[in-house]
Ligand binder design. Structure first.
Ligand SMILES: *Cc1c(COP(=O)(O)O)cnc(C)c1O
Length: 396
């Protein structure tokens, strides 16, 4: 592929309003961030509980780096794994009510690791149509027969499973859908999995820390045991405010991943300082339930304000609140408009979401004040008027 071909393809992407641009941040990740020497109100981070720049975490990280050094220096099965990793894994297992847990370098790798280690070419893998790219890519990589069921549609799922003749069946879903904010019917999915002797894989990237008892996530929220939901994936890059991910489940599952998950084996371990700081993050998550309450107060406040102005949002009770736009170019224009009002909201466009379903993805955090949310609501109202957006609470 020569340069000219690349340039032409990039130009095409620009014309379709699908081009991605990065804006280097000049301040820590907070509700106000500095970009190109200007401060913006930030409604597009996954730092749901305001931990990414929490003084206690910064302090722990600094102390830990002094003690442990900076890099882990090797893969987990060589010398990268440390006592800090081990302690964090035990704490995560206990917190989520699972026998064991295993730390991965990030959620993308964890999903690839789970599927490639467990799912064979002759197996059936059914995925919610809107699953995260990492789950879909993992499905391709494990080369199992891939079947996608319509979003949240358990009837469609059972229809697929009814026809499946494969011995080993897997169902994979996000708990809270990252681009929609809606939630999978996890108890029903667990029942279906039992009925069809299928294995349920739950990606709780957006639920861990935010939902459930002491923030233990979506499975805890629904009271689903290890037997009912045997494979839990949680990330440390979102509510935890750090980086990394973990898989929690039976000891046999974790031992299998240690033996066979190539994305666990063939990559450098997380720095010990990250693991040690994640333990501090976990303590805050467990003990400061006010952070979850405040986040949910903010979600309710935002939704109520929007409803009072008759601006419809896609159905979501979570920190992810999408405003449906449709066309990618309009979504971009609206995001630019908001930026001109010193507010950052990301325009989510294909291929992240299906064609003609571009949207603004507003994410709320514990740290937002009602006043900041008021500012957002007013700017969204002005944007909807300026671009004649007909808002809807239904995805096509
Ligand atoms: C963010 C995300 C991931 C990837 O996690 P990282 O730790 O950022 O690699 C996986 N699944 C879902 C649903 C996510 O939102």
């Amino acid at each position: 592929m020569n340069q000219i071909t690349l340039i032409q393809a990039l130009k095409k992407r620009k014309q379709l309003s699908l081009y991605r641009i990065r804006y280097p941040r000049e301040s820590p990740q907070k509700t106000h961030i500095k970009v190109a020497n200007q401060y913006y109100l930030n409604f597009c981070s996954n730092d749901y509980l305001g931990l990414a720049s929490h003084p206690k975490l910064i302090q722990s990280f600094q102390k830990s780096v002094q003690k442990e050094g900076v890099g882990s220096g090797a893969a987990n099965l060589i010398t990268g794994y440390s006592v800090a990793h081990q302690q964090l894994e035990s704490a995560l297992a206990e917190w989520t009510g699972r026998e064991s847990a295993l730390l991965f370098s990030n959620g993308y790798l964890a999903n690839l690791g789970i599927m490639t280690a467990l799912i064979k070419r002759k197996d059936t893998l059914t995925q919610d149509q809107l699953n995260h790219a990492s789950l879909l890519d993992a499905g391709i990589l494990c080369r199992a027969k891939l079947q996608r069921y319509r979003h949240l549609n358990t009837n469609h799922l059972t229809a697929i499973l009814d026809k499946s003749i494969q011995k080993n069946k897997f169902i994979a879903t996000e708990s809270i859908f990252s681009m929609n904010g809606d939630q999978a019917p996890l108890p029903q999915l667990a029942q279906i999995a039992t009925m069809y002797q299928a294995t349920l894989i739950v990606d709780d990237a957006h639920g861990i820390g935010v939902l459930g008892k002491h923030g233990a996530g979506s499975l805890s929220y629904h009271g689903l045991s290890q037997q009912e939901a045997p494979i839990l994936m949680g990330t440390l890059g979102k509510a935890f405010g750090l980086i990394g991910a973990f898989v929690a489940g039976s000891t046999a599952l974790i031992e299998t991943l240690i033996q066979y998950a190539r994305t666990y084996i063939y990559t450098t371990a997380l720095p010990a300082s990250i693991a040690e700081t994640a333990l501090v993050s976990l303590k805050i998550i467990q003990s400061e339930s006010w952070r979850r309450h405040k986040l949910y107060d903010n979600i309710t406040y935002f939704k109520t304000k929007m409803a009072s102005l008759s601006i419809k949002l896609l159905p979501s009770n979570t920190a992810i609140q999408p405003l449906f736009i449709g066309e990618a170019s309009t979504a971009l224009q609206v995001a630019y408009f908001l930026k001109s009002q010193s507010i950052l909201v990301s325009a989510i466009r294909p291929p992240t979401v299906p064609i003609d379903t571009s949207r603004l993805r507003i994410t709320l955090s514990t740290e937002h004040t009602f006043q900041q949310i008021d500012q957002l609501v007013l700017a969204l109202k002005a944007a909807c008027e300026a671009y004649s957006i007909k808002t809807t609470d239904r995805l096509l």
